[in-house]
Design a protein around this ligand. Structure first.
Ligand code: AMP
Length: 421
C-alpha cells in the first residue's frame, strides 16, 4: 500500500517544534491578559453563510478558498477561513452587548483556506487575534495596535517589523471613493491584469493592493482616499497617529493599504517583516464598525487584528528571539534493571521539585545511555552503578563542564536545588 501522507498545504507540528508553539502561545496568553482581553474558543466549522455575509461574496477567501460541503440536512457548512466572523457570531448569539458595553476577546487556532501552498502560506494554518467590540474611539484602535506591538516585542521581533497604517474612511466615504477610483481606472483598464479587471467590478479598492509594478506606476496618478474622508474620519485618523507617536510606536502611512475583507471601515493596519520572505505580512487588522449589524446584531463598533502563527515562528527562527529550552535537566542512567525502582522513585521526586527528568526505558548499556543523555541535551547525568547502589550514593555528572561528583542519594534534591539556584 502507498504510504499515507499529510494533505498538501498541511503540516505536522513535531516534537521540538511544538515547544516553540507553546512558548508563542504562552506569550500571547500573557500579553492579552495584561490588556484585559479574555480568550474565546469557537467551533472549527460554521454555516457557510456566516462567512459569505461577513467576509464578502467577492473576496478571494469566499469565492475561491473555502472548504465547504453540503451536510446531510442540506445546510452548507464551511471550515472556518478566519475567526472575526465567528467571534462576531458568538457575540451576537450570546447577547454579550447587554452584559457590558465593551467586550474584549482574543483567540487562537487553526484556519483553512484552499490557497496555493508555499513558504508561509498553507491550507491549514494558525492565527491568533484580538477583537474589541463597543468603542468607536481612536484610543481603542491604538490599544489594539499596541497589543500586537507588545507581542512582537516579547517575541524579540521589535527591530524587524514595520507598521503600515491607513484609513479607508467610513462606508459613505468608501462609496464615493470607489466610484472615483472606477472612473479613473476605466480608460486604462485594458492595461490591467485579469485579476485586477475582475476586481474592478467587485472590489476595486483591492486593485490598490496589486504587486504588479506596471499597475503600481499607473496607480500613482489615482485619486487618493484621503480626499474623501469626512471631518470625523479625519479626526479619527489624526488621533491615532498622535497616540501612536505618544507611545513611541513607529509607523508609516500607506495610502494604498486596503484589507482584503469587505467589513473594514476607517482604520486598517499591517505589520510586515523582512524575516518571513515573500509572504511578508505578519499581522493584519482594522476597524469593522458595520460587521455586527451585517450579521443581524445591534449596531456595535469593533476593531481587531489577526496574526499568522506560522509566520511568527519563521520570523522568530530568523532572529535570536528567545525560545525557552525544554531540554531535560537530568538523565538518570542505571547499570541494570534491578535498580529501576530506585530510578523511578528518584525521577518522580525530582519532577515533583520542578525538574525535567528522563531515563532510558530501553534497558540499554550504560555506555549507550550516556550517549543518549548527551544527545538529549540534558545538562546532567545521574548515574547509578553497582558501587553507588552499595553505598546509597549517586554519581552526578555535569555533561557540559565534564566534571563529576558522588553524593548521598538522600542529598540529591538539595544538591540539585543549590546547583540550579
Ligand atoms: P488575513 O486573515 O488574510 O488578514 O491574514 C492575517 C494573517 O494571517 C496574515 O498576515 C498572515 O500572517 C496569516 N495568513 C493568512 N493566510 C495564511 C496562509 N494561507 N498561511 C499562513 N498564514 C496565513
Amino acid at each position: 500500500m502507498n504510504k499515507i501522507r499529510s494533505i498538501k498545504g498541511t503540516h505536522d507540528i513535531l516534537p521540538g517544534e511544538s515547544t516553540k508553539w507553546r512558548n508563542l502561545e504562552k506569550t500571547i496568553h500573557d500579553i492579552c491578559a495584561k490588556f484585559g482581553h479574555e480568550e474565546i474558543r469557537t467551533p472549527i466549522f460554521e454555516e457557510t453563510r456566516l462567512f459569505a455575509r461577513s467576509v464578502g461574496e467577492n473576496t478571494d477567501i469566499v469565492s475561491k478558498e473555502m472548504y465547504t460541503w453540503k451536510d446531510k440536512d442540506n445546510t452548507y457548512l464551511t471550515l472556518r477561513p478566519e475567526l472575526t466572523a465567528s467571534v462576531a457570531r458568538s457575540f451576537i448569539q450570546h447577547s454579550m452587548k447587554n452584559k457590558s458595553p465593551i467586550q474584549r476577546f482574543y483567540y487562537m487556532g487553526p484556519l483553512f483556506r484552499r490557497e496555493r501552498p508555499q513558504k508561509g502560506r498553507q491550507r491549514q494554518f494558525h492565527q491568533f487575534g484580538v477583537e474589541s467590540f463597543g468603542s468607536e474611539y481612536p484610543e481603542q484602535d491604538v490599544e489594539i495596535i499596541s497589543i500586537a506591538w507588545h507581542i512582537l516585542r516579547e517575541c524579540g521581533l521589535k527591530n524587524n517589523i514595520k507598521l503600515n497604517i491607513n484609513s479607508i474612511g467610513s462606508i459613505e466615504c468608501r462609496v464615493a471613493y470607489k466610484e472615483a477610483l472606477q472612473n479613473f481606472l476605466r480608460p486604462h483598464l485594458n492595461m490591467f491584469s485579469e485579476t485586477s479587471k475582475r476586481r474592478f467590478e467587485t472590489n476595486p479598492l483591492r486593485i490598490l493592493d496589486t504587486k504588479n509594478q506596471d499597475e503600481r506606476l499607473l496607480l500613482k496618478e489615482a485619486p487618493q482616499i484621503s480626499s474623501y474622508y469626512s471631518e470625523e474620519d479625519l479626526i479619527h485618523f489624526e488621533s491615532i497617529t498622535r497616540f501612536l507617536n505618544d507611545m513611541g510606536i513607529q509607523f508609516k502611512i500607506d495610502s494604498n493599504l486596503v484589507r482584503g475583507l469587505d467589513y473594514y471601515t476607517r482604520t486598517v493596519f499591517e505589520f510586515t517583516s523582512e524575516l518571513v520572505g515573500a509572504q511578508n505580512a505578519l499581522i493584519g487588522g482594522g476597524r469593522y464598525d458595520g460587521l455586527i449589524e451585517t450579521l443581524g446584531g445591534k449596531n456595535t463598533p469593533g476593531i481587531g487584528f489577526a496574526a499568522g502563527m506560522e509566520r511568527f515562528l519563521i520570523a522568530m527562527a530568523n532572529t535570536d528571539g528567545k525560545i525557552q529550552s525544554l531540554k531535560p535537566d537530568a538523565y538518570i542512567i542505571c547499570q541494570n534493571a534491578d535498580y529501576l525502582s530506585l530510578v523511578i522513585q528518584l525521577s518522580n521526586q525530582l519532577r515533583e521539585h520542578g525538574y525535567k527528568i528522563i531515563f532510558d526505558p530501553l534497558r540499554r548499556s550504560m555506555k549507550a545511555q550516556l550517549r543518549d543523555a548527551n544527545r538529549s541535551g540534558a545538562r546532567y547525568a545521574l548515574i547509578l552503578g553497582e558501587e553507588e547502589i552499595k553505598n546509597n550514593t549517586i554519581n552526578f555528572k555535569d555533561l557540559m563542564e565534564n566534571t563529576q561528583k558522588t553524593i548521598p542519594q538522600l542529598n540529591l534534591i538539595n544538591f540539585f536545588d543549590n546547583l540550579t539556584n
